[in-house]
Ligand binder design. Structure first.
Ligand code: PMP
Length: 390
């Protein structure tokens, strides 16, 4: 058994380092540091310089409905979707936002009926992304209100359903779930619909689709997201929301994001370059293999979500999903998995925050390699301790 453990743990140096059990490993947030080695390897290819006289104006393109969207970013977003084939966007408007977090709020504002006596219900199927519930209720808007798990939503009339596919926290491919859902206004959050996480099975073609560079390229700190919106009035209202909220989106951040998108597109088209998606798909695939090995060795104390193999149009072969998060469930008597892991200095997010229960946790798979190694090592030890106790 110990041989299997060692092969799953990988780098022996990290095992030595982890003699210090006081190091806290934070896998609560989906902070995408995993991508750093790829970008280091790329070197200065993504560098951009801006002189003092550039980008002073509030405006980027007054002819565009989204007047603060940089033309270069618009071009690279279209090019990227075209190269990956994950979206049909012939008749969509692009609205850029300060991360897709701002676009979620803009979309809720734009899609809510303006003159109703009651706020419209906002739902998502549990386990749902914990950010939705927080955002929907934060400012106590009179327009919309969080109404919880879409599986059990049964109110008559219009509602907004957020569909995250692949889903955060559990990586599952999703569709709307509300029963009798004929009056649903749908927001597709496709933050993870990229080949490093899941097979691209068909181009998405919905009225409202959200994306973010945070999970696509790993540049979460740039705070750039984009919405693809079919209806002109909805796109206008979202643009207005961002105008009143932040008067647009930083040009520096947009131009940097445009450059990064350009480089990842080039990496897919030029065989002399290291293909961004293939590179990071293999990092994810290796991490998932090692994690599965550790969990398999655990006599089934922990269980993981299963994913079927799907044909990817981008890669031209079959593969299983490698989600950005592990949705870890414990079968034993432990009632609070977040607390159990915290006791071993691993910070995760309880299933309760996702409308599920405390026997589950969400764990980021996008950490630094060293932290991932320590995580696997501690998971092994926790399992051994529990097995011995029983
Ligand atoms: N949607 C989903 C499903 C997410 O997981 C996240 C980030 N955790 C976001 C939206 C927000 O991303 P950002 O604001 O960084 O673009």
């Amino acid at each position: 058994k110990s041989c299997q453990v060692h092969s799953a743990l990988g780098n022996p140096e990290t095992r030595e380092d982890d003699i210090n059990w006081d190091t806290v490993i934070n896998l609560d947030h989906g902070d995408p540091i995993m991508y750093e080695p790829y970008w280091r390897k790329i070197g200065n290819r993504c560098d951009i310089t801006l002189s003092g006289y550039q980008s002073l104006s509030y405006f980027a393109n007054t002819k565009n409905l989204c007047w603060f969207l940089e033309p270069k970013l618009e071009e690279e977003i279209k090019r990227l979707h075209n190269v990956i084939g994950n979206v049909v966007m012939d008749d969509h408007y692009i609205v850029v936002g300060n991360g897709s977090s701002q676009l979620i709020q803009a979309a809720l504002f734009a899609l809510s009926p303006p003159n109703e006596p009651e706020p419209i219900s906002v739902v998502s199927a549990a386990p749902f992304y914990s950010g939705y519930a927080e955002v929907a209720d934060f400012v106590r808007s009179g327009l919309y209100k969080w109404a919880g798990d879409a599986h059990i939503f049964a109110k008559n009339g219009p509602y907004i359903e957020l569909i995250t596919s692949p889903n955060n926290p559990n990586g599952v491919i999703r569709e709307p779930v509300v029963v009798n859902g004929s009056q649903g206004i749908l927001i597709y959050d496709l933050a993870y619909y990229w080949p490093q996480y899941t097979a691209i099975t068909s181009p998405a073609n919905y009225d409202v689709m959200l994306f973010t560079v945070s999970k696509c390229t790993g540049h979460a700190g740039s705070r750039i997201g984009w919405a693809l919106i079919r209806d002109k009035e909805v796109a206008k209202k979202m643009t207005k929301f961002i105008e009143l909220n932040t008067i647009g989106v930083s040009k520096e951040a947009q131009l940097r994001a445009a450059k990064i998108l350009e480089v990842i597109c080039d990496s897919c088209l030029d065989s002399t370059l290291d293909n961004f998606f293939e590179h990071n798909q293999s990092v994810m695939s290796e991490r998932w293999q090692r994690l599965r090995q550790v969990v398999k060795d655990s006599d089934q104390f922990f269980t993981l979500q299963k994913y079927s193999s799907q044909y990817c149009l981008f890669k031209g072969n079959f593969y299983e999903s490698h989600p950005a998060f592990v949705w870890l469930m414990c079968k034993g008597n432990e009632d609070d998995l977040e607390k159990l892991l915290k006791g071993h200095n691993i910070l995760t997010r309880s299933g309760k925050r996702f409308g599920s229960d405390s026997k589950c946790v969400r764990i980021s798979m996008l950490s630094r390699e060293e932290d991932f190694n320590i995580f696997l090592q501690r998971l092994m030890v926790i399992q051994q301790v529990i097995t011995n106790k029983n």
